[in-house]
Design a protein around this ligand. Structure first.
Ligand SMILES: Cc1ncc(COP(=O)(O)O)c(C=O)c1O
Length: 450
């Protein structure tokens, strides 16, 4: 390994960082993380912090999960790679597909299509949705609906259904035929409605209106995150996703749940769809499926959608889609070990308990710090503080202020994520009550630096 001077001199010089301006990264080089254990990370200076970001919403089991590391090492010895394209498969991926079928049985999802990550999973689901309708003789169903503020990765299909201009403007033109409706975001919405239940109804009505306007027979799928994550942690009212399910089913539109963050326990339920009592037609997963130990993902598919493909005798059901690393044996071995640990530790229960503590702690911070405009959470370990310079006007906090808060929180022992005016928390699901309390106290110090 090169020495620390070399690392500092070359930091952000020869690589471009995702979601950042290259010049800004060169001017303010990112923290160099060199070690991690449990829920803690350590930087090049030896400064240790709790990782309240959980890697990037993915390291649910923390950084020291020995069974996952052992499974990866053993799989590398036995079979480091073989393709699952037509004609060959591997033992690990067969076992994993059986385990996922069991895990997602309550969501009505019984088949897996493997990918290399979340954006791949979204792209896969969008493409399979169009193909599903073509197989069934409805080739005109090609459009996609989604929510403003939604995040669905950065492939062109995913970016086209994204609901945030940051990921769109510089890459336009995107896919035609993608339309977003207002998100059920009580703090800011075009209806000026702060009651979550009434807002959910207004957004559902907007969805009905858009479907009528486009024509149901032109729409392939509606995609949504059960709890919007990267857009600022926006949990919809409990009535929202069930209403969406009813509306989409009524119009023959597939419901794709983007569970890249929410699957495997983060909301306090095993899946985000189950959290709301909804069975989607497909679910996109990635992240915690391998806890960040290997890039991997899976699209889970309902029995009804699967039947359309499997019973097709015309050839239209042949899947012309896939990745070199679909069903990678090392990823599959990692996922098997993760799933066993995830279930053994019942991490969803801890996510619910620690999430409730953090939510209460953040609300107390709102009482104390004028800069905290909105606190969002209440559904496991995904929470956010929205920062404003003026509470009455809801003016978003300036970038230099959020940067100061980030740095002061980090110095106080906790890494958090800043996204626009939001501080986002998505810690590992194995967090203890003491660690949850430490996150709140470090944020208290951080906010004092505003
Ligand atoms: C809901 C959702 N979908 C898709 C993605 C994209 O996943 P990836 O970054 O693994 O491509 C993300 C990433 O954060 C996500 O949160």
């Amino acid at each position: 390994m090169k020495d620390s001077n070399f690392l500092r001199e070359n930091n952000a010089r020869h690589l471009w960082h995702p979601m950042a301006h290259p010049a800004e990264m060169q001017a303010n080089p990112p923290a160099i993380i060199t070690k991690a254990a449990g829920v803690r990370i350590t930087d090049l200076d030896g400064h240790e912090t709790i990782d309240a970001v959980g890697g990037l919403w993915n390291v649910n089991l923390g950084f020291s999960c020995a069974p996952v590391k052992a499974a990866i090492a053993a799989q590398l010895d036995a079979l480091p790679y073989y393709s699952t394209f037509r004609g060959t498969t591997n033992d690990a991926v067969i076992e994993l597909s059986w385990m996922l079928r069991e895990f997602f049985a309550a969501d009505g999802l019984t088949r897996a299509f493997f990918t290399s990550g979340g954006s791949d999973s979204v792209e896969t689901a969008l493409r399979l949705a169009r193909q599903y309708h073509k197989i069934r003789g409805e080739a005109g169903r090609v459009k996609y609906l989604s929510l403003k503020k939604g995040y669905h990765g950065t492939h062109t299909g995913g970016a086209s259904v994204n609901g945030n201009a940051n990921f769109r403007t510089q890459y336009e033109p995107l896919l035609p035929g993608c339309f977003q409706i207002a998100a059920p975001y009580p703090y800011r919405n075009p209806f000026n409605e702060s009651d979550p239940a009434r807002l959910a109804q207004l957004c559902a009505a907007a969805l009905e209106d858009e479907i009528a306007f486009q024509g149901p027979g032109t729409i392939a799928a509606f995609i949504m995150e059960p709890v919007l994550g990267a857009g600022g942690v926006i949990p919809p009212h409990e009535s929202f996703m069930p209403m969406v399910r009813e509306i989409t089913a009524k119009h023959g539109i597939l419901l794709i749940a983007d569970e890249v963050i929410t699957a495997f326990g983060r909301t306090g339920s095993w899946t985000g769809s189950r959290h709301w009592g909804v069975q989607p037609d497909m679910a996109c997963t990635a992240k915690a499926i391998t806890n960040g130990y290997f890039p991997f993902g899976a699209v889970m598919i309902s029995e009804a959608v699967a039947e359309a493909f499997e019973q097709d005798r015309s050839g239209a059901g042949a899947i012309g889609h896939g990745y070199t690393y679909s069903g990678h044996p090392v990823g599959a071995a990692a996922a098997i070990a993760c799933l066993k640990e995830t279930e053994r530790l019942a991490v969803h229960e801890n996510a619910a308990a620690r999430g409730a503590e953090l939510f209460a702690g953040l609300k107390a911070l709102q009482e104390k710090h004028e800069i905290v405009g909105d606190v969002r959470g209440g559904h496991g370990l995904m929470l956010a503080l929205e920062l404003v310079s003026d509470r009455a006007k809801k003016t978003p906090a300036a970038k230099d202020v959020t940067a100061r808060i980030h740095e002061a929180t980090y110095r106080a022992g906790v890494m958090v994520r800043i996204s626009g005016p939001n501080i986002i928390l998505s810690p590992p699901l194995i967090l203890t009550a003491e660690e949850a309390a430490k996150i709140v106290s470090a944020l208290d110090e951080g906010l004092a630096a505003a």
